[in-house]
Write a protein that binds this ligand. Structure first.
Ligand code: KG4
Ligand code: ZN
Length: 347
């Protein structure tokens, strides 16, 4: 069986085709980063318009690249949330229209489930159950993944998401959008331990995170230097910020692994592209005699492949979209079942 996916939740248009036997057949991506960079962040209206421009050419390219025709596709799967409402509507409408025209079922997919299962696209993949750290621009959570579709959220950020903290701190340091990856590149030139920022909630009970205080601490440190902050100081601040985030994530994951007795850790979402975080988690898992799994970098940030994989699993479990085109800009992973139950009951 083959599914074609459409991902359009934010600033990336992604289209992929996944085969239940052969795996991923093609993965097409168009990033709007350059367009939004001019404005210092994602402009939702521009994102929607650009998804309209790019989705059809990417779908054509995916079919061409996989040497397939529309008849070969068994279902069209699409991101139905969470994300920007207009951007989601574009992808959902295109996917549903195609499914209707091709006389194939359509399957709504939860973007966070896509991120969570992205490591399953790799040959070397974890086995259920495992612990997952989901760190993206909108979410930071620790999830106990018992099986496909069975997710226990153990902890999440009480304020900013980790990626959001990266982006906001990058802005403070004068780094253009999207800040996360560039801040990390700057941090490689930093001097270790010249600055040390607080690690909010690191010793609190439970598995929740807080990142907004950290951003404020960086802002205060920058103010002390005023306008004549030099390049080395910027790099040192970037490294101190990154160190604090990595320490917090490491501490909470260690605790969750010990408490659950799990020995496999998956790190997914845009921030999992961070090299420093990857290295620290690898070392931590070696010490704990466990294993860490990451999706390859292009499956960490938003992409169509992860939506195709999650969509295939949902399709095989019997999910089909109802008669209306609905999107769910806030569709928490914690209520994934309720939304799918509604899908089934509305048919
Ligand atoms: O998962 P994603 O592509 O989109 C959301 O669903 O949010 O994550 C985007 C986030 C942004 O905040 C971006 O700055 C961050 O991931 N990010 C990084 C790196 N690459 C992307 N943060 C830190 N280091 C990186 N190398
Ligand atoms: Zn995402």
């Amino acid at each position: 069986m083959k599914v074609l996916s459409v991902e359009s939740s934010c600033d990336e248009t992604g289209v992929a085709i996944y085969d239940s036997e052969q795996g991923l057949l093609t993965n097409q991506l168009y990033s709007q980063i350059k367009m939004h960079a001019e404005y210092g962040g994602v402009v939702p209206e521009l994102a929607s318009r650009d998804h309209i421009r790019k989705a059809i050419p990417l779908i054509k390219e995916a079919l061409r690249d996989a040497s397939l025709k529309s008849d070969d596709i068994d279902a069209v799967v699409y991101t139905a949330g969470p994300g920007l409402v207009g951007a989601l509507m574009v992808g959902a409408t295109i996917a549903r229209t195609l499914a209707y025209a091709w006389n194939k079922p359509a399957v709504p997919v939860n973007h966070m489930e896509g991120h969570l299962l992205a490591p399953m696209l790799e040959d070397d993949r974890p086995e259920y159950p495992f612990l997952a750290l989901l760190v993206s621009g909108g979410h930071t959570m620790i999830v106990k993944v018992n099986a496909f579709g069975s997710y226990e959220i153990m902890g999440e950020s009480v304020d900013d998401a980790a990626g959001e903290a990266f982006d906001k701190t990058a802005k403070l340091l004068g780094i253009p959008y999207p800040g996360g990856a560039l801040l990390s590149a700057l941090a490689t030139k930093g001097t270790k331990d010249r600055f040390r920022f607080p690690r909010p909630m690191i010793n609190h009970q439970g598995y929740n995170f807080s990142f907004s205080g950290l951003k404020t601490a960086v802002s205060l440190a920058i103010k002390e230097f005023g306008d004549n902050i030099d390049e080395q100081t910027r790099a040192d601040l970037a490294l101190a910020f990154e160190d604090a985030v990595v320490d917090i994530l490491k501490a909470k994951c260690t605790k969750a692994l010990k408490d659950t007795g799990l020995n496999q850790l998956v790190i997914a979402g845009g921030v999992s592209a961070n090299k420093h975080l990857r290295a620290a988690m690898k070392q931590m898992m070696d010490e704990l005699k466990g294993r860490v799994f990451y999706p390859r970098i292009e499956f960490c940030t938003d992409n169509g492949a992860m939506i195709a994989y999650a969509g295939m699993q949902r399709f095989r479990s019997g999910v089909k979209a109802d008669s209306q085109i609905n999107v769910y800009p806030r569709w928490p992973l914690s209520s994934i079942d309720e939304m799918y139950a509604r899908c089934k009951s509305e048919k």
